[in-house]
Design a protein around this ligand. Structure first.
Ligand SMILES: O[C@H]1[C@H](O)[C@@H](O)[C@H](O)[C@@H](O)[C@H]1O
Ligand SMILES: [Fe+2]
Ligand SMILES: [Fe+2]
Length: 306
């Protein structure tokens, strides 16, 4: 048995048995965060083409639909519909609990309940950046938009809720996972949308770019329209954390303005925790709950419109 997380008592993480010794499975990177080399299934992270992965086929099917249906027209319709925020009233914490009912079909690395992922991300950040309480809360809430999949939020199909995101209205970059399925997208052959800039212009700022619709953009909208006091870097992280073509592959940089470039630095930090904290190490929810309730109170109203 190896202890994966130091100070586990302090942060309420229960440590489970692991087979290999720690130094063969984990790498230590800056901030003391242990980056595992393999996910909880024993595969490399984000190995979308790994033939032996149990989840590969389901994930590929997911992206076939996602890339086929996420178009300019679809995104416009979704933005308009969800801007109404007229479906549910509830607190941030209530939403965290609701999220447990959502299973993410796009994720090759995770099959734990979503609240575990939220707390694993937040707690891992808290250990390395104890003074950035806004970043802890960002970790906790970044995936809450996945409730879009539940009936009371419109029951959207998975392809409209989860998965990596990308801009619509300009060419789909080759670095996007399972790029080949864009051939079925109505925008793929549209000359207004299939050039480097498409409907955008150099350094126009991501705020002016339409991203494929899903949990990122929805949660950004909810946070902003309910007047969160979180800083702009937090909103940027929430909105673009699934934009791997940008933050991992460096594509679409020509659309960023100066503020985006600044915020991207925080997104790079955040991503390490979002991706690599996915593990079988369980967090004791009741023990950490008071801390997160205090952060929610600091940055959000008691009830939000969703
Ligand atoms: O499968 C994952 C998962 O849905 C994450 O929540 C999202 O942020 C990722 O980008 C996606 O690829
Ligand atoms: Fe996400
Ligand atoms: Fe996440």
């Amino acid at each position: 048995m190896t202890i994966l997380i130091e100070q586990s008592d302090h942060f309420g993480a229960e440590v489970e048995a692991k087979t290999e010794p720690i130094n063969e499975r984990e790498l230590v990177l800056d901030g003391g965060f242990l980056i595992p080399q393999t996910n909880s299934f024993g595969h490399m992270f984000r190995a979308y083409n790994d033939a032996v992965s149990e989840r590969r086929e389901g994930v590929e099917n997911f992206y076939r639909k996602n890339h086929t249906y996420q178009s300019v027209d679809f995104v416009k319709k979704m933005r308009e519909e969800y801007a109404k925020l007229n479906r549910v009233e509830m607190s941030i914490w209530e939403c965290c609990e609701l999220l447990n009912e959502v299973v993410d079909e796009s994720d090759p690395d995770l099959d734990e309940p979503q609240i575990e992922h939220l707390l694993q991300t937040a707690e891992a950040i808290r250990r390395d950046y104890p003074d950035e309480d806004w970043l802890h809360l960002t970790g906790l809430i970044h995936d809450l938009g996945k409730v879009l999949n539940l009936p009371s939020f419109g029951g959207l199909p998975q392809w409209a809720v989860v998965g990596d995101t990308f801009p619509v209205g300009c060419r789909f970059d080759e670095s996007i996972v399972h790029h080949k399925y864009f051939k079925e997208n109505p925008d793929y052959n549209n000359p207004a949308y299939n050039t480097k800039y498409g409907i955008y212009s150099e350094r126009c700022g991501l705020n002016n770019v339409m991203m494929s619709w899903g949990h990122d953009d929805y949660m950004y909208l909810v946070a902003k329209e309910n007047s969160t006091t979180l800083p702009s870097a937090a909103l940027f992280i929430i909105r673009y954390h699934s934009f791997y073509a940008l933050h991992r592959e460096g594509a679409y940089k020509h659309l960023l303005n100066d503020e985006d470039v600044e915020n991207l630095k925080w997104l790079h930090i955040f991503n390490k925790y979002d991706l690599y904290s996915k593990s079988k190490v369980r967090i004791d929810v009741e023990r950490v709950k008071p801390y997160y309730l205090s952060l929610i109170e600091k940055y959000f109203p008691a009830k939000l419109k969703w």
